[in-house]
Design a binder for this molecule. Structure first.
Ligand SMILES: [Zn+2]
Length: 292
């Protein structure tokens, strides 16, 4: 008899302490989720932070990661449209299907900017629903953390008070950090910048910095010499050229060589550069590189 009861007890014991499995598309989502769920969840990111977030290679190893997930959290606003849908289909995991509790789209909780007049990817525009890089506005982070906590509570109600306590701690810490960022960024209010891709518009708009142009003629379309020439001719009062870690720096260096405007390389996600270890240091480094 005992030899049946012991394995049974062990089984129940392990089940009650089983961690929920959360798959996220990008490292910034994984980091916020891990800070709220702590040891109650195994959290993974499908994409690495140093890659172009629009074009992640849909490797078979990513299907495996989706297969046993209890919850999938995505950025949304079409940022994953080029790589995630076939992975979800092939994972064939009913728990994370869109329109279920196991699927959370963070873009539903924020206001998108730069929504195109007619929704289409014609011309290669990779922002068909508007600008999807909303998490780089620090004001959106607590909103996203709220949405993640709410969903963790729904799928794992037994740990809800634990998640809510961690959310409070996270928001307190984030708001302390944000005071420092806001103070430092005041010096750049009203400045003009160029950027390679429309990655930092939410961040820049929040601090009243003007995007005077992008090296890409359209989001996702590589720079042309005619377009760069136009930027060079209209570069009066432009303070910086902002460059991400994953596009070629040739165009930025070319404009810089013709105008003398310095190029600043910024991380766009946790893990884009080694110093951007988490959501706090991601903003620390962006602010530091812009204001030093
Ligand atoms: Zn983009």
């Amino acid at each position: 008899m005992l030899r049946y009861i012991f394995p049974l007890i062990l089984f129940i014991f392990s089940f009650s302490f089983a961690k929920i499995k959360v798959a996220t598309t990008y490292p910034y989502i994984a980091d916020i989720t891990q800070k709220i769920a702590k040891d109650k969840a195994n959290v993974i990111s499908l994409a690495n932070g140093n890659l172009d977030p629009h074009f992640i290679t849909p490797k078979p190893s990513l299907i495996v990661k989706l297969r046993d997930a209890d919850l999938l959290i995505i950025n949304g606003a079409s940022l994953e449209i080029g790589w995630l849908p076939p992975l979800i289909r092939q994972a064939n995991n009913p728990k994370i299907n869109p329109n279920t509790n196991g699927f959370l789209d963070l873009s539903n909780f924020v206001e998108l900017i730069q929504k195109p007049e007619n929704v289409s990817r014609a011309g290669g525009d990779v922002h068909p629903e508007g600008n999807p890089h909303f998490y780089l506005n620090p004001n959106n982070i607590p909103i996203l953390a709220d949405a993640i906590t709410q969903r963790l509570c729904e799928i794992d109600s037994g740990n809800c008070s634990f998640y809510k306590q961690n959310l409070n701690d996270f928001k307190k810490q984030f708001s302390e950090k944000k005071k420092v960022w806001d103070e430092k960024m005041k010096s750049l209010k009203g400045s003009k910048v160029y950027e390679y891709h429309r990655l930092y518009d939410y961040f820049l708009t929040n601090y009243q910095i003007i995007v005077a142009g992008t090296l890409e003629p359209l989001p996702g379309i590589p720079p042309t010499s005619k377009h760069l020439q136009n930027l060079i001719e209209n570069s009066k009062d432009v303070k910086f050229i902002l460059q991400d870690v994953y596009h070629s720096q040739d165009a930025a260096k070319f404009v810089s060589s013709k105008t003398g405007i310095p190029v600043i390389i910024l991380p766009h996600d946790v893990g884009a550069i080694p110093e951007a270890k988490d959501i706090f240091s991601l903003f620390d480094i962006i602010v530091e590189r812009l204001t030093k």
